[in-house]
Design a protein around this ligand. Structure first.
Ligand SMILES: [Fe+2]
Ligand SMILES: [Fe+2]
Length: 364
């Protein structure tokens, strides 16, 4: 008579499966249960104060006299994330180039934006042959696979915020990189009429097929600030105040395919309502002082501080001043989550839901 076999335990079976690189789906039950109500925010709400960042940048100039890639950036690593990531999709940092320096030309599939902290019209970034002057608070795009180099022919250091989609691109294993062949700087389009930026305004050539995306683009602060102030008396978003998006002028859509930029004004004393969304964001304080409450953490921010708000974390913004406006620049990953139909917001969707102002009543 055959001896009855002892029943194998589930634990033993799980181990045996693991040895042959397989997993029983039953172990994910717990994971799914934890996703009821949405994900846990990935990474921490965290703030990098400008005073500390500036000191480190100045130190970086001594320690790294000239970097081999001529990139003197300090990057913000979220303490709740393992890799070089400010949020789980975005990487923000601050870059400084000394008088006379050139940050060498290259291109990569990472998309990047620059938001100028200190510069003037003589400091410039060249993107695909187009010179983009870098005045304070200008936004300059270096979209994926565009050649870019930075040059500072002035007597003062230039500083700007960098933000890139590094963690997202690396997660997809899509990094491609290429140094500019044979030279530190790229060829420049000499004729103004050859500039693609000449084709993104109110009028466009009738004989050309218009380029829709990934063109060099500069959003000068001298144009943006008056538009922001002009809308400051509108009700705005109850969750974000007067928040405007830097749109792609050719499509009316997001700033870039993987990231989008906002400029946001909080009126004196304004305290926005609490919300959360599946997108994450990294902020740079242009002016003012305030508090962003994320979960149970209060990020007290002042001029030029940077901070991160992870996805699906409840947050609200407060302008602490009763007399001055506060202005925040931010970069978010809305285009990524939206592309896959994954954008969600609680307690309600606040994006593009309100009516534009109505036609005035007929005067009789
Ligand atoms: Fe780059
Ligand atoms: Fe938000």
């Amino acid at each position: 008579m055959a001896k009855p076999q002892t029943k194998k335990s589930l634990e033993t079976f799980n181990q045996e499966l693991a040895e042959v690189h397989m997993t029983g789906q039953w172990i994910y039950e717990d994971l799914l249960n934890r996703a009821i109500g949405g994900p846990r925010p990935r990474g921490d709400a965290y703030l990098w104060p400008w005073k500390m960042v500036q000191e480190k940048l100045i130190e970086a100039c001594d320690v790294l006299e000239e970097s081999f890639t001529a990139r003197r950036s300090v990057l913000f690593g979220n303490p709740g994330l393992n890799d070089n990531a400010t949020t789980h999709t975005l990487l923000m940092g601050i870059q400084m180039i000394k008088p006379g320096e050139v940050a060498w030309a290259h291109r990569h599939t990472l998309a990047a934006i620059r938001f100028v902290v200190k510069g003037d019209g003589k400091v410039f970034t060249v993107v695909d042959g187009e010179k983009c002057p870098m005045e304070p608070y200008d936004l300059i795009l270096t979209p994926q696979w565009t050649w870019h180099d930075h040059q500072n022919p002035t007597k003062e250091s230039a500083i700007w915020v960098d933000a890139l989609d590094v963690p997202f691109l690396l997660g997809l294993n899509q990094p491609f990189y290429e140094p500019y062949p044979g030279n530190k700087v790229q060829a420049v389009r000499e004729k103004r009429s050859d500039h693609l930026q000449q084709r993104t305004g109110l009028i466009r050539p009738t004989w050309e097929k218009a380029k829709q995306e990934n063109f060099p683009l500069r959003y000068p602060w001298k144009d943006i600030e008056p538009q922001l102030l002009a809308l400051a008396d509108q009700p705005g978003s109850p969750y974000d105040g007067v928040a405007l998006e830097y749109v792609n002028p050719m499509t009316g859509g997001r700033t870039l395919r993987t990231l989008s930029c906002w400029i946001q004004l909080l009126r004196p004393g304004e305290h926005t309502k609490k919300h959360r969304h599946t997108s994450s964001a990294a902020y740079f304080v242009v002016s003012g002082e305030g508090t962003t409450i994320v979960g149970d953490k209060a990020l007290e921010w002042n001029k030029h501080d940077c901070f991160a708000v992870p996805n699906w974390a409840w947050h609200e913004h407060v302008n602490r001043s009763k007399s001055e406006e506060a202005i925040l620049f931010s970069v978010n990953d809305i285009p990524i989550v939206e592309a896959f139909g994954l954008y969600r917001e609680e307690p309600e969707n606040s994006l593009h839901t309100m009516q534009t102002p109505q036609v005035p009543a007929i005067v009789r």
